[in-house]
Design a protein around this ligand. Structure first.
Ligand SMILES: C[S@@+](CC[C@H](N)C(=O)[O-])C[C@H]1O[C@@H](n2cnc3c(N)ncnc32)[C@H](O)[C@@H]1O
Length: 458
């Protein structure tokens, strides 16, 4: 009867990759459940068996039960939603199949083990499946203990074999799948590790990013291990060739690779973020960079009748959404996408609204957006905040022209902008959506470095 489930990472199939902790764990398992995925990965099932043979002492009795893996349709043709649904259905079918075996365990068989290729944390569903099994037994009143033992993963072995660290000093590593790579690749991601790529899709990036270094490895940790390294455009044909030959020979191929963009020469300036700033104040209104703790101001500025009336969709902002926006603000600032400020009452410190400068269009242009909480309306807060932020945008952030727009009916917004020195430039027909599905004309304003005067009062 089941008491414990152990998820054991066994590295890449070589018994020498199995950690001491995993060796101990192996010897505690009565029944190993192994997915039988058909002939294609028979080599992998054999490798698992070899690990057990090599590392479990003869006196420890265990059995290996192959559980036929439910069939799973091809992923490549699915969109993200179909992919997620397909994976979920497949997991549910696997949970059922494993539970059927566990329910039939002999009384003395109390510990079940799942042997996981590489490490359970990398693109492997075993932990999720075990969670579902544990929950299922808990629901029927049976407590099943479970644990996870780490293993050497394909990216770790790739790095070791190429004798490189996966990251550059202090920089992050992006780990993704072949299915996402082409859509999301950008050298600004830094070092990108790709797994689960059945089609070597990095080949599609070779024209655009010829100098990106490819560190490729297949059958890592097995006697057939093969490595290739070089600039993507130079080595991609060699990798295609080696990979096709190997696939022919084995009937399957498992490969992992790292894409490393060339180091940026020190004289090339990094992508420019907005400059940091202290709080800016005129004694009545203070604006300061929006921080995670300001999320309630983000929410309350949005969730009131007046704001929702001018909104595009008219939907309330949830606490989670407000938290997300507030916590991302510093990152957007550093990247130079948007400078988001919170407006506060300079005297009481109370949050009064938000004001943002979004970098958009040609260089030097900032699109301004703002909103004030109901309690602070009619007190000139927007105009004051616009003046403070405009000065910062021209004098500190190097912008040349600020733009803003409002729905033609939103007269108050236009008055606040005009008082801050913005000039109406035109009416853009049917530009802005309304919550009821109609569209409104937009009155568009600008303020340029030349026309800006901090004292303007319209
Ligand atoms: C389902 S994921 C499992 C990953 C595994 N849990 C790990 O820690 O590496 C399978 C992917 O891992 C990579 N992989 C697994 N074994 C490999 C090997 N021996 N050589 C190269 N890549 C391998 C491949 O990218 C493959 O598509």
């Amino acid at each position: 009867m089941i008491e414990r489930i152990r998820v054991i990472g066994i590295g890449m199939g070589d018994p020498l990759h199995v950690t001491g902790e995993a060796v101990h764990a192996l010897s505690t398992v009565d029944v190993f459940l192994v997915a039988d995925k058909g002939d294609v990965t028979a080599d992998l099932v054999a490798a698992r068996q070899a690990v057990c043979d090599a590392l479990i002492p003869d006196e420890h009795a265990y059995r290996v039960v192959e559980v036929t893996d439910p069939r799973r349709g091809p992923d490549a043709e699915r969109d993200d939603t179909a992919y997620d649904r397909g994976v979920r259905d497949w997991h549910a079918a696997r949970v059922d199949a494993y539970a059927a075996v566990i329910d039939g365990l002999a009384d003395a068989e109390t510990t079940v083990g799942f042997l996981v290729w590489g490490d359970p944390a990398f693109y492997d569903s075993t932990i999720r499946i075990v969670d579902a099994l544990v929950e299922r037994y808990a629901a029927s009143g049976l407590t099943v203990d479970h644990d996870v033992i780490a293993g050497i993963s394909a990216p770790q072995l790739l790095a070791a074999r190429h004798r490189i660290p996966l990251n550059r000093i202090g920089a992050p590593i992006h780990v993704t799948t072949g299915r996402r790579l082409v859509d999301e690749y950008d050298p600004s991601l830094g070092d990108v590790v790709v797994m689960l790529d059945g089609h070597l899709v990095c080949g599609q990036l070779a024209d655009a990013f010829p100098d990106v270094e490819l560190y490729w490895g297949a059958y890592l940790g097995t006697p057939d291990e093969v490595l290739v390294h070089g600039p993507l455009a130079h080595v991609i044909d060699e990798v295609r060739h080696v990979r096709a030959q190997a696939r022919e020979r084995h009937g399957w191929v498992m490969d992992t690779y790292l894409l490393r963009p060339p180091a940026v020469p020190p004289e090339t300036p990094p992508p420019s973020g907005f400059p940091d700033t202290e709080a800016l104040t005129d004694g009545i209104v203070t604006v300061r960079p929006l921080a995670a703790g300001d999320w309630e101001v983000v929410r309350d500025e949005h969730n009131n009748e007046e704001s929702l009336r001018w909104d595009f969709v008219g939907q309330a902002c949830t606490d989670d959404e407000a938290r997300r926006q507030a916590s991302q603000a510093r990152r957007e600032w550093r990247r130079g996408r948007a400078a988001r400020f919170v407006m506060v009452d300079a005297v009481t410190g109370e949050g009064a609204g938000v004001i943002n400068v979004m970098r958009m269009g040609p260089p030097g242009i900032g699109l301004v957006g703002y909103g004030v909480l109901p309690a602070f309306r009619g007190r000139g807060f927007t105009t004051r905040a616009l003046r403070l932020v405009s000065r910062w945008a021209f004098e500190e952030a190097g912008l040349e022209r600020l733009e803003l727009g409002h729905k033609v009916q939103n007269v108050a917004s236009g008055k606040a902008a005009a008082r801050a020195g913005f000039e109406a430039e035109g009416r853009l027909r049917q530009r802005l959506p309304n919550p009821d599905g109609t569209r409104s004309d937009e009155i568009y304003y600008s303020l340029t470095r030349e026309t800006f005067s901090p004292e303007a009062d319209g």
